[in-house]
Design a protein around this ligand. Sequence first.
Ligand code: AMP
Length: 191
Amino acid sequence: MINIILFGKPGAGKGTQAEFLKNTYNLTHISTGDLFRNNIKNKSKLGLLAKSYIEKGDLVPDQITIDMLKNEVNKNHEIKGFIFDGFPRTISQAETFDSFLESINMSITATIFLDAKDSVLEDRLIKRGQLSGRTDDQDIDKIRNRFKEYNIKTFPLIKYYNSIGKLHSINGIGTIDEIRVRLSNLMNQIQ
Ligand code: AMP
């Protein structure tokens, strides 16, 4: 199995590049953001729980997120591997995730960090918000709060994955195709 974590700030291109990885390597794509948005759309209990956090640009509490993620992994059997997009986002999520994967004889192959600076990301998110209608992409204060959440809670994961030798970083600035080429080169080294 190849299990990849795609990691980076909002707007870094995780979802776009996850699509490429999914199609090229036949992997199953799990995006916690998409799962939350689907639950909100369907007005499920989970959606109602997550809605207020997402609307403010705050992270959804760990336990809610971890339970949803485990459930999704358990649903998929006999597959080539996963791309985890937007998960984990806190040290606690990463630690619980590692123990969970170990318990089902799985492990993370690599964590790929898509690196890009805030000014580029803000422009991308505002454009994405205009196209998709995502409310958390349309308000600069919400976007900045998401960056703040990332800096405080998610950034420490870089050190965490680096210390276990699983962190790979690529430049996330450029065209989608340019970034895809960098990602393919990295995937060739990882596999
Ligand atoms: P995304 O689509 O990955 O940008 O996620 C959109 C929103 O969903 C985030 O701003 C969070 O509110 C929530 N979310 C997604 N993934 C997680 C996670 N791993 N932990 C906590 N909240 C999350």
